[in-house]
Design a protein around this ligand. Structure first.
Ligand SMILES: O=C(O)CCC(=O)C(=O)O
Ligand SMILES: [Fe+2]
Length: 264
């Protein structure tokens, strides 16, 4: 049996290998291996608001290659340090204490994803990853030199390719940072377009807080001229809701932070 099939994810444990992800209910052209930064992590068992049950996710590691686990765990530890640093710089830039939100990541639900995008013979019919905004706090993305990542330009909504820069990460602000700072730094909409000839690898690190964290605009930033733009929401439930289409295509729209927007 393929080594990857032995660590295939299932309905109970979302970690490990899979090749059937959907973004906004459309199947993506890729294979994925997901692992948590904290080997065991609690998340809500369902997206239902009044269901308090938790589920423990555990990493699944293949036996081969033998140094796979050790290498990836070390990678996660190092990128986690960078993510904390970036978060601290964001808060400093807003005139707030650098470590203001570090406690939210004590029981973090952060994960790393290894993306393999095979060449796609039907480039007009598929996307490697459909358009979306990343839900977490910060995303540290490593990619190879193939390209395909695109972001929307705010002024006119055009898709702009992000040219790969050797040995550099792409840093994305996620929805949580956007809500914390009340829209000062916005999470960008992005997608990955297919390539009919070349395969592509990318490794995003998703910096996610603990499931119980309630996300809302930081009080110090909210005042008469800058009223809170979002109602408070629970991270774990948001994430569980977002992942509802992981296994099956659904007819529900994905949850987005604008669903928590306070109308002016
Ligand atoms: O592969 C990439 O460059 C980005 C993937 C992505 O946007 C995601 O997994 O959220
Ligand atoms: Fe993304």
């Amino acid at each position: 049996m393929d080594e990857k099939k032995k660590v295939k994810r299932d309905e109970v444990n979302a970690m490990g290998y899979h090749d059937r992800e959907h973004t906004k209910n459309v199947r993506d052209w890729k294979e994925v291996f997901d692992y948590l930064v904290q080997n065991q992590t609690e998340i809500p068992a369902s997206h239902e608001a009044d269901d308090k049950e938790l589920r423990t996710l555990t990493n699944q590691w293949p036996q081969y290659p033998t140094d796979f686990r050790e290498t990836l765990e070390e990678y996660a530890r190092e990128v986690e340090k960078l993510a904390y640093k970036l978060l601290e710089l964001i808060f400093l830039s807003l005139g707030l204490p650098a470590n203001k939100f570090n406690h939210c990541f004590k029981d973090q639900s952060s994960m790393v994803r290894l993306n393999y995008y095979p060449p796609c013979p039907f480039p007009h019919l598929a996307l490697r990853v459909g358009k979306h905004k990343d839900a977490g706090a910060i995303i540290v993305l490593a990619q190879d030199d193939v390209g395909g990542l695109e972001v929307t330009r705010k002024s006119d909504g055009e898709w702009i390719p992000v040219k790969p820069t050797p040995d550099a990460y792409i840093i994305n602000v996620g929805d949580i940072v956007q809500v914390w700072n009340n829209d000062k730094y916005e999470s960008v909409e992005h997608r990955v377009v297919v390539n009919s000839e070349k395969e592509r690898f990318s490794i995003p690190f998703f910096f996610f807080p603990a499931h119980h964290v309630m996300v809302k605009p930081v009080e110090e930033l909210v005042h008469e001229k800058n009223s809170a733009k979002y109602r408070e929401y629970n991270w774990g439930k948001f994430f569980a809701n977002r992942n509802r289409s992981d296994f099956n295509k659904r007819n529900v729209e994905n949850i987005q932070i604008y669903h928590f927007r306070i109308s002016e």
